[in-house]
Ligand binder design. Structure first.
Ligand SMILES: [Zn+2]
Length: 400
């Protein structure tokens, strides 16, 4: 049994010998790696068999999932064909179903994912626009009609569903869905920057709803896991660390389509930065170095080319880096200890920004993302006083 009193990362416990694990048992405690299905899949050492797995993500996800299985991948695998990127859910058509094949009803569409190698299926839910209550209700109704248990109901919602006006309605809707459900936050740029309450309200959502997950995100996955999410997924590249409304092109600093520069996770600052930005910041200063197996002590200013090997190396570095944090969180002996550890880690990183800017003599070169500041300063709910400045973990006053 999974201990329901300990939310967040936990080792998935095996079901009885011979019994198939439930969907919740299979996914509990995992922070999955979301591969971009644009690229040929690879077996990656950075994906931990016990605490992680793969969500193949994008239009060709089913084909890529098959290829990954054929390459010998035996870990947990989900297929997210990203229906929400092209289809806006309507009261009549909450899901995007293929029109032109044998698999043209929901049940067949879910079964098809299992045939392509998925362990459980994800519903092909369309994008749920802001304040579209009828659409959200239609998704709930459709979810209630799903009788099988090998399914996660995907909820690709506009971030506006988490604003102070709508969060209670959204929580109520999620609570009505019996299956595990996975929220995907949708908005151009970083959805958690859309309004100031977003990080706190996301935390409230995962705390209050049972068996809820957060997919296609960044380090918000770890905050969600720390505060009760069943599982989460971190995108391999910036295009799959959030979604944009159906039919919109992602607006990024880069031009879409062609080769893209990597976005690199800085371990000391707990942020993703664009490869060329890092090369520029560290052009006249000693770069931050990393000891992960992908970097082996090399500097993080080296991701300044848009080629395939550089992309793969940066993705491995990113996954090793957050994977180490998942391991730390999973090793905590209680939920309270985990919350404390996560808050201290975030507060420590926030405190490092000023030091790093001073060190490289570039005022304001790096600025802490608002979500990181929120994770560092929001109450843990455990009524422990905030650590004093200069405390044992070196937490700075920037936590305030
Ligand atoms: Zn590294």
């Amino acid at each position: 049994m999974i201990d329901p009193t300990i939310p967040g990362p936990r080792l998935s416990e095996a079901p009885a010998v011979g019994a198939r694990p439930t969907t919740a048992q299979l996914l509990a405690g995992r922070v999955l790696y979301q591969e971009n299905a644009r690229f040929l899949p690879r077996l990656r050492d950075c994906v931990d068999a016990k605490l992680s797995g793969v969500v193949m993500t994008g239009k060709k996800a089913d084909e890529r999932a098959s290829q990954l299985r054929e390459a010998g991948y035996r870990g947990v695998l989900l297929i997210d064909s990203a229906a929400y990127m092209t289809h806006t859910a309507t009261p009549d058509e909450p899901f995007l179903l293929p029109q032109d094949s044998l698999f043209n009803d929901l049940d067949n569409c879910l079964t098809f994912q299992l045939h392509r190698g998925a362990d459980v299926a994800l519903t092909p839910t369309g994008y749920i626009p802001p304040a579209a209550s009828k659409v959200l209700k239609a998704v709930m109704r459709a979810a209630k009609q799903i009788e099988r248990d090998d399914v996660v109901v995907v909820l690709p919602v506009d971030i506006a569903w988490l604003n102070p006006e709508h969060i209670a309605q959204f929580i109520a809707a999620c609570t009505e869905i019996r299956q595990p459900k996975a929220v995907i936050l949708t908005r151009q740029f970083d959805p958690l920057k859309a309004f100031k309450e977003a990080p706190a309200n996301l935390r409230r959502l995962v705390s209050e709803v049972e068996h809820i997950a957060l997919l296609r995100t960044d380090l918000a996955a770890l905050d969600a896991m720390t505060y009760g999410a069943l599982f989460a997924g971190i995108g391999a590249d910036s295009s799959i660390r959030h979604a944009v409304p159906a039919g919109e092109r992602p607006q990024t600093a880069q031009n879409g389509g062609g080769a893209q520069f990597p976005s690199v996770l800085l371990p000391n600052l707990m942020r993703f930065s664009w490869g060329p930005t890092l090369a520029n910041r560290y052009a006249n200063a000693e770069p931050v170095r990393c000891d992960c197996p992908a970097c082996q002590g090399r500097g993080l200013d080296r991701f300044n080319t848009p080629d395939g090997p550089t992309r793969i190396e940066s993705e491995d570095h990113n996954a090793y880096t957050w994977g180490a944090w998942v391991n730390e969180l999973a090793a905590c002996s209680s939920a309270a200890e985990r919350r404390q550890l996560w808050r201290d880690r975030c507060a420590h990183a926030v405190g490092r920004y000023e030091l790093e800017n001073v060190r490289i003599e570039q005022p304001r070169a790096f600025q802490a993302p608002p979500a990181l500041k929120a994770w560092a300063s929001l109450p843990t709910g455990d009524d422990t006083p905030a650590p004093a400045e200069g405390g044992p973990r070196g937490v700075s006053s920037a936590a305030g």
